[in-house]
Ligand binder design. Structure first.
Ligand code: PEP
Ligand code: MN
Length: 253
């Protein structure tokens, strides 16, 4: 059955109403379950585009109403939490840079929300540290599902041919670990950092046992995203990747 396979796709950042609605319609047609898109972006440089903030959440909410897709977007600070409620965000992403922001984890958990939290692996996080982050959410009262996302870690190869090294072995380990009861999502986009490697890394993650994918997409080939431009794939690339991924998933489940 491929019906449980989670397909999260969308832009790195919400940049305009047109961009997000076009991508939302496109990914919905290809069978996505979730629309991803950051409204608050963690950028290395303060001079880079920081996201549209509330306006971005508003467009995501409009896309949700239009397509029925669930919304995945990153929470960077508890100041943003009320807006996540207001715009009916379904999946609260905790980004790599905040996986060990323990005060953020505690305060989010203490809301006792029933929303899903998608926690992304810190760029050098060990298994023990990942389990600790999940435990913070549980111990402090989070009520909704917690999902974990492998998005690549920093190793000696970083930058040589990829942006981060996708840790396929970690996905395999978690899926074989009967005490780990959380769904695992693979993010090939941030690991690859380049669009020509997104397909291979997606297949590898799905074959290793991932329960879903999160992939960055742009509306058209010539669209230039303000954020993570080199890894954004087109809707036609996504179509092929999803067809093959669903087949791999079916074979394994
Ligand atoms: C993102 O999903 O766009 C993102 C910033 O992810 P990460 O926290 O994995 O870098
Ligand atoms: Mn991104």
């Amino acid at each position: 059955m491929d019906s449980d396979f989670l397909i999260m796709a969308g832009p790195c950042a919400v940049e305009s109403r047109e961009q997000v609605l076009e991508v939302a319609k496109g990914v919905k047609e290809l069978g996505a379950t979730h629309l991803r898109g950051g409204a608050f972006k963690p950028r290395t440089s303060p001079n880079s585009f920081q996201g549209l903030g509330e306006e971005g959440l508003k467009y995501l909410n409009e896309a949700k109403k239009l397509t029925g897709l669930k919304i995945v977007t990153e929470l960077m600070d508890m100041d943003q939490y009320d807006l996540f409620e207001k715009y009916d965000v379904d999946v609260i992403q905790i980004g790599s840079r905040n996986m060990q922001n323990f005060e953020l984890l505690k305060k989010l958990a203490m809301k006792g929300s029933e929303k899903v939290v998608l926690i992304k692996r810190g760029i050098s996080a060990t298994k023990k540290e990942v389990l600790g982050a999940i435990e913070y959410l549980e111990k402090y009262g989070h009520k909704g599902e917690i999902m974990f996302c492998e998005r690549g870690i920093r190793t000696f190869a970083n930058g040589e041919y990829d942006r981060f090294t996708l840790d396929i072995g970690f996905i395999a380990d978690l899926k074989k670990d009967s005490s780990f009861k959380y769904r695992v999502i693979v993010d090939p986009s941030h690991a690859a950092g380049r669009k020509d490697m997104v397909s291979d890394l997606t297949y590898a993650g799905v074959v290793a046992g991932a329960d879903g994918v999160i992939i960055e997409v742009k509306p058209t080939e010539d669209y230039a995203p303000k954020c993570d431009a080199d890894q954004a794939i087109t809707l036609s690339n996504l179509k092929e990747i999803l067809l093959r991924s669903k087949n791999f998933y079916k074979e394994l489940h």
